[in-house]
Structures are given as structure tokens and as C-alpha cells.
Write a protein that binds this ligand. Structure first.
Ligand code: NAD
Length: 367
């Protein structure tokens, strides 16, 4: 079993917990990126610890907490009670002013870092996953420090620079824990599709002159991102992910616009993305491309997360600590070192796992 703790019992947590149950008991492997990583299937993941700050979630069993407002993921499977009670967290900058009525902070006393370190050890958590709202800079650092001190591995799903910060790489290395991040990619989300198209253009000799990726959705993730001051690292993460596919990433960075662009409540967890690229091809003649992508935003993230959790555990079992970039690159928008294509990143992951004698199934290749 892989014993996982979650910080932020929001929509991704709900989809993740339901998906573990679904894959464990249905016997299906449809829709998974990898069925096995090492000896682990998705059903081997167990969420044993959870932290939130909402008065509707704190104190409740996880099975009930994931369906409390403002979560929107419907009940897809019946998971029964889990025996895991959501504990109160430290609010810090997790709740933006315009989100107080949505995230409804509880009056329960906040824990100290020492208390959380002790609990992570007592519960025997292997991996802590950061699922806080975008812009939670202090809160992310607080929980990352707690995980490192407890010797617990950390997966940073949000666009705060932790795995890509040498200070945290060393901190996790010295505490013999593994760190993966930053900012999780979707299974077939806007970033990976935008990157694939941009890479194809570069591979065929074209040059991007302008490109945008507009995203709208109707969940608290999108509502939270209405506050521009919380978006700084999100924009860097998304834009650099696309620019890094080109031979001149820093020049291309200024020609790409990628970010969240609106909150439309009726869309709920449906995310709509519009990707536009104008490139110059043969003899400088223009090529333009427009794509509309419609996905379930939380399924996209959870599909990648079930891979990342198993990979983190495999690395930890092998004694690979700190933040190996080759492990983060296929799965995160802002890994410690950016890669030119997701194909290259995936092949590098396969090569490294082969060297360590770790099986990963199935293996994909585009070309
Ligand atoms: N496709 C995707 O969904 C995707 C992709 C990349 C990154 N992300 C990021 O993952 C994160 C989680 O997404 P989500 O849709 O589950 O978010 P969400 O808004 O549904 O949930 C956030 C949760 O965090 C809780 N919270 C707020 N402050 C807290 C604190 N200080 N301590 C503990 N809990 C706190 C809230 O009460 C809420 O339950 C977001 O930052 C999102 O941008 C999502």
C-alpha cells in the first residue's frame, strides 16, 4: 500500500479518492496512463490523512468531506466510510479574500508545524500531496517544510516553485524524502496539447510568432484565479511549458500568452481551452492553427496524479531522494529542468526506470 496524505480536500481530492476506489474494485484499467509502475497498481494507493480548513470539511470522514460545498465532482462511486477524519490545517494565504465564502474557514484551532510533523509520522504517511488553491505561497512552504521534517515525500501539484527550487531539493534530499513538482499537467489538458502542437511546429522547421491559450471553467479553482495577484507563478509555469518546446525558449516566452481567463459558473468542472498558434513556415509564409479542447478538469489532473503517486513511492523505495527532474518532467508543467517535448520526457523516464530495474506498463512511443 502507498499511504498518502492530502492537503486541500477540494475537487481533485474528490476525483482522486473516487478513482482509486473505482480502479481497485472495477478491475478496469481503461483510461489509465500506466497500469503498473513498479509493483504498484492504482488500487494500491490509500489516502490515510487529510487536511483542510473549511468548516464543512474539517472533522468529517473523508468520504463525506469530498462531497461538501463548494466541491462539485459528483458521486461517481460509493466509497463507504474511510475512517480518516479531515483535520484542521493552517490557513495562512490559502484562502483569498474573495474566496472566504467558498472555502469558509473553520474556527477550530490551527495546528503547529510540530503537531503536523508528529501526526505524519504517527499515521505513517509516505507521501503528502499539495492541493491548495493557486497563490498559496506561504501555506505551500509551510506544508512542504512539515513534510520534509517528517521525512515524508512531497508532491507539489500547484504552481508554487518548490521542486524547482534548489533550497527545497536539498531540504528533501537531506531528510531522505522524494520531491516531485511543480504544477501538475493534465492527462490531455491544454498545456500538454499546446506543447505537442508547438513542438511539432518546431520539428517541421516553423517558428512561432504568436500564440495564446485561453482557459475558462466554473469551479473554485477558476474562481480563485480571478485574483490576478495570485497568478504570477501560474502564468510563468504555463507559458514556459510552451516556450520550452522551441529552440529559443526565452525569446518565445514573450510571444506566448497562456493562463486562466475566466470563471463561468455553469461550466462547473468542465474546462474549455482555446489554443491559437501563428507560425512562419516555408519561405516565411504563415500557418495558423486554432484548437478548442473540452475536458473534465479534475479527471485530467487525477489521471496524472495516480501515476505520480506510484512513481514517487517507487523512487522512495529505491532511495532516490531530492527532486529528480527526469521523474517530474513528464508529469509537471514546471519541473526542475524544462524539457523540449513530452515524448522525450517520457522516453527518459522509461530509460531511467529500466536502469533501476523498475517495470512500467504499458510503454508508449509516438515516433
Ligand atoms: N487540472 C487541474 O485541476 C489542475 C492542474 C494543475 C494544477 N491544479 C491545482 O491544484 C490545486 C487543487 O485544485 P482543486 O480543483 O482541487 O482546488 P479546490 O479549489 O477544489 O480545493 C482547494 C481546497 O484547499 C482548501 N484549503 C484552502 N486553504 C487551505 C489551507 N491553508 N490548508 C488546507 N486546506 C486549504 C480549500 O478549503 C479547498 O478544499 C489548485 O491549486 C489547482 O490550480 C489543478
Amino acid at each position: 500500500m502507498i499511504r498518502v496524505g492530502i492537503v486541500g480536500v477540494g475537487n481533485i481530492a474528490s476525483m482522486l479518492i473516487q478513482s482509486i476506489h473505482y480502479y481497485r474494485y472495477s478491475g478496469s484499467v481503461k483510461g489509465l496512463i500506466h497500469t503498473f509502475i513498479g509493483k504498484y497498481g492504482v488500487g494500491d494507493i490509500e489516502v490515510v490523512y487529510a487536511v483542510d480548513v473549511s468548516k464543512y470539511k474539517v472533522g468529517k470522514d473523508l468520504a463525506e468531506a469530498i462531497f461538501q460545498p463548494p466541491n462539485l465532482v459528483p458521486k461517481l462511486v460509493d466509497i463507504g466510510l474511510t475512517g480518516v477524519k479531515v483535520r484542521m490545517g493552517k490557513v495562512l494565504d490559502g484562502v483569498a479574500e474573495h474566496m472566504v465564502e467558498d472555502f469558509t474557514p473553520s474556527d477550530e484551532p490551527e495546528p503547529t508545524a510540530d503537531e503536523l510533523v508528529r501526526e505524519l509520522r504517527d499515521v505513517g504517511v509516505d507521501i503528502l500531496i499539495n492541493l491548495l488553491p493557486v497563490g498559496s505561497s506561504q501555506a505551500t512552504k509551510f506544508y512542504a517544510d512539515v513534510a520534509a521534517r517528517a521525512g515524508v515525500s512531497f508532491i507539489n501539484c500547484i504552481p508554487e516553485f518548490i521542486a524547482s527550487d534548489p533550497k527545497y531539493q536539498e531540504l528533501f534530499m537531506s531528510n531522505k524524502a522524494t520531491l516531485l513538482g511543480d504544477d501538475i499537467k493534465g492527462q490531455l489538458g491544454a498545456t500538454i496539447v499546446h506543447r505537442a502542437l508547438a513542438r511539432l511546429i518546431a520539428m517541421r522547421g516553423g517558428e512561432i510568432v504568436e500564440s495564446y491559450q485561453l482557459n475558462v471553467g466554473g469551479n473554485t479553482d477558476f474562481k480563485n484565479m480571478l485574483e490576478q495577484s495570485r497568478l504570477h507563478s501560474k502564468k510563468i509555469s504555463k507559458t514556459m511549458a510552451v516556450a520550452s518546446t522551441q529552440s529559443n525558449p526565452y525569446e518565445t516566452f514573450n510571444k506566448v500568452f497562456a493562463g486562466p481567463n475566466g470563471y463561468i459558473p455553469f461550466l462547473a468542472n468542465t474546462k474549455v481551452s482555446y489554443i491559437y498558434i501563428k507560425a512562419l513556415g516555408f519561405m516565411g509564409l504563415p500557418v495558423t492553427l486554432d484548437v478548442k479542447l473540452v475536458v473534465d478538469d479534475k479527471a485530467m489532473a487525477s489521471a496524472v496524479l495516480v501515476d505520480v503517486i506510484r512513481l514517487t513511492k517507487v523512487l522512495n523505495d529505491l532511495g532516490i531522494y531530492g527532486a529528480p527532474s527526469w521523474a517530474s518532467a513528464p508529469y509537471f508543467k514546471h519541473p526542475p529542468t524544462l524539457t523540449r517535448s513530452d515524448e522525450e520526457a517520457l522516453q527518459e523516464l522509461y530509460k531511467r526506470l529500466d536502469e533501476y530495474g523498475v517495470r512500467i506498463e504499458p510503454k508508449y512511443s509516438l515516433w
